[in-house]
Design a protein around this ligand. Structure first.
Ligand code: SAM
Length: 320
């Protein structure tokens, strides 16, 4: 998935930096509090002793579950869940609905609704792992034929080529870790319940709320929408304080205060709400502080947006 802020290509830099600064990860209990697609969790999970991955967005928590500790070889089920029917995606996110929101072609919207409904019918008869794996395959399939530039804040006026293709389900691979727990909680709430060695933070950097940018995937994951409004069909979504200039400093300080961990590592880029100096000033009172950096290509959300590199910082803190 083309996910805003994904650290997929940065994992070698992150792992190397964590090892150089905090030592071998082998005996470490690692927590990825804002895990998104699980790129960092997946890479660290092969080395660390215990892993906790969390995200406040429901579709992301499902994704994390399948990617980190889910199942494989479940494609025989795709035939059993295949279907086509009018439902909430057809009504609210396709041209078949009154608002004519073009997120999906009519054919794909009907298919998403049919498959979603069949997965729910099967739920009492199948394992929770299989239920999640099937939902993740549907979310992934829907995302590949969605008629959006990259995120779901709005849809494209005309159908792009990939959105005219037929939705196909694919197996989503899993690391099949047995030392991993996945949560779907607000970061600060989860920190009250857990402890460990390394707390890795990769929060949103700017005002772009994930709940808004991926609201359609959340709706498919939940199986319903709450009275979507307006042209883009947004329903109520979670508003992270990390995306709000007036709250972000307090959110960072509260997170570090709440951390029952030995080390904290924070990923943040050069275009975020907080400057590297802001972060240094906020973190230094808590222990020994260091900062590393590398360059990273910028995610282009529109063809017109300039392609350039941003600086990716890793702020490292040994709590005292
Ligand atoms: C920069 S992305 C993480 C990307 C991830 N490292 C990856 O490689 O895919 C930030 C994530 O934080 C989540 N998020 C935002 N506010 C949160 C909060 N208060 N608690 C937990 N997760 C939150 C978002 O849903 C999003 O998935």
């Amino acid at each position: 998935m083309n996910y805003i802020g994904s650290k997929q290509s940065l994992t070698p830099f992150i792992i190397q930096s964590l090892q150089n600064s905090f030592g071998s990860l082998k005996k470490m209990r690692f927590c990825d509090l804002f895990a998104g697609t699980g790129a960092v969790s997946c890479a660290v999970g092969f080395t660390c002793k215990e892993l906790v991955a969390n995200d406040v967005e429901y579709f992301s928590a499902l994704w994390l579950h399948q990617r980190l500790c889910g199942i494989e070889n479940y494609k025989d089920w795709f035939e059993k869940i295949d279907g086509s029917k009018f439902g909430f995606v057809s009504e609210h996110f396709s041209t078949l609905g009154a608002m004519k929101r073009c997120y999906f072609s009519a054919q794909n919207a009907l298919k998403i609704d049919g498959i979603r409904s069949n997965i729910e019918k099967l739920k009492p008869k199948i394992s929770p792992k299989l239920y999640k794996a099937l939902l993740v395959s549907l979310i992934d399939g829907a995302d590949r034929v969605a008629n959006v530039a990259s995120v779901y804040g709005s849809y494209l006026k005309n159908f792009k080529f990939t959105a005219t293709q037929k939705l196909r389900l694919k197996e989503c691979p899993s690391c099949q870790f047995t030392h991993t727990k996945v949560f779907n909680k607000e970061g600060l709430k989860l920190l009250k319940e857990i402890e460990g060695d390394i707390l890795y933070l990769d929060p949103p950097y700017n005002h772009r709320q994930y709940g808004l940018n991926y609201h359609v995937l959340n709706a498919i994951a939940r199986g319903y929408v709450n009275a979507p409004k307006g042209k883009s069909g947004l329903d109520g979504y979670y508003r992270s304080r990390w995306c709000q200039r007036q709250h972000v400093k307090k959110e960072l300080v509260d997170t570090v205060k709440m951390a029952n961990f030995r080390y904290v590592a924070l990923s943040y880029n050069s275009e975020g709400l907080l400057s590297p100096k802001d972060i240094q000033k906020l973190l230094e009172p808590f222990g020994h502080y260091d900062r590393l950096q590398t360059t990273h290509p910028r995610l282009r959300t529109q063809k017109k947006s300039p392609k350039k590199e941003v600086l990716e910082y890793l702020h490292l803190l040994e709590l005292t």
